[in-house]
Structure formats: C-alpha cells, structure tokens
Design a protein around this ligand. Sequence first.
Ligand SMILES: [Zn+2]
Length: 216
Amino acid sequence: MKPNHHLDNSTILAYAAGTLNEAFTVVAASHIAVCPSCRAAVRAAEALGGELLDVMADTPVSSDCRASTLAALDQATLHRLPVPAPRSQLPVPLARLIDAQGFEDIVWKKKAPGVSMFDVKLPAMARGQLKLLRIAAGRAMPEHGHGGEEITLVLKGAYRDHMGRFAQGDVADLDEDIEHKPVVETECDCICLVATERPTRFKSLAARIIQPFVGI
Ligand SMILES: [Zn+2]
C-alpha cells in the first residue's frame, strides 16, 4: 500500500510535538503506520524539535516547582493499553479502542439510507470526536463543509471528490474552508475513520435539517 494523499504539514508538526488532540492522533498514527513518506516527515519534525530544545536557553525554575514535578513523577503509574489481536483488520491505534476483530464485528448504527456509523469511545478527557463511517457502494454524500478541522482515513473501499480518488491508506486532512461531495466507488462499501473537532456542516438546507436526526 502506497498512499497518494497525505497528512498536512501542520498535522505532522503537531503529531511530532505531541500536541495533536487524541482523536486526530488515532487517525494520524493509523496513516503513518502505512505511509513511509509521512513517517519520514515525522522523523524530520522530531529532529527539528530536538535541535530547537538544544539551542533554547535554560530557564530557571523555582525549587517548589521542581519538587512538585518530581513528586508527581514518583506518583505516576504506567497505563498499558490492551494489545490488539495480531490478525485484526483494524489499524493498531484503532484496534486498541474497539472490541472488534474486523469491520463485520462492529455494531453499526444506520443513520440514513446507505450510511452507517459507529462512535469510537475515547478515553475520558480525550479531545475531539472519532467515528467510523460506512457508506454503501455507489452512494454520494451531500455536499458539506466542516465546523473545524477534520481528518479522514480510508480503511476500506474508495471514494472520489474534487480533490481526486481516495483509497485505502489515503487521508483527507481538511480545514474548515473546504467543502466537498464524496462519491463512493461502485465496487464495495467505503469505510472511513473520521476525527473531527466539531460536527460536520452540510451545505443544503435539506441535509442541514436531517443532520440532527442522523447524527453525522
Ligand atoms: Zn502519508
């Protein structure tokens, strides 16, 4: 698999710096696992971060701050995430969050004709929303924009929009100004992992009216 659509530079930098929110991190890590060019970009960003730390002047901290930080480290425990089964169809960062071996084990919720969804439960305090979207073969989604940034990773099947063809491993790393109307190819259903900051913003009045009911 060699993806054709990649993570944005700002996403790569935030991922390398550890400041990307939890929902986006799951999608970014799942893409990076299958994409040598984004992996190389993350390594370069991490090296740049290391250089910056080296050239920064030392900042003195109070003895109170130092003592409370060391005490907090003493209290810290290592949280181990469950290791997914080796033959899971799902990317490892996602398989850690879902009790399913494959897409057929997932309890999909039908949201509209040809559109099903599964909310991925993130750990408490995690930022962002993460969901799996399953769109039937040949189906078109209504034209929509996004209330904030959104990253979509194709896990199965393929769709096309004005930016091209998105197949397994490809990411659409969209900011809030982009509106698109994806159409799924006719061979099989398309399953995507979608991280959003805020709910999707549909363009047509009809789609906006049904949106609260379908919950996408
Ligand atoms: Zn990539």
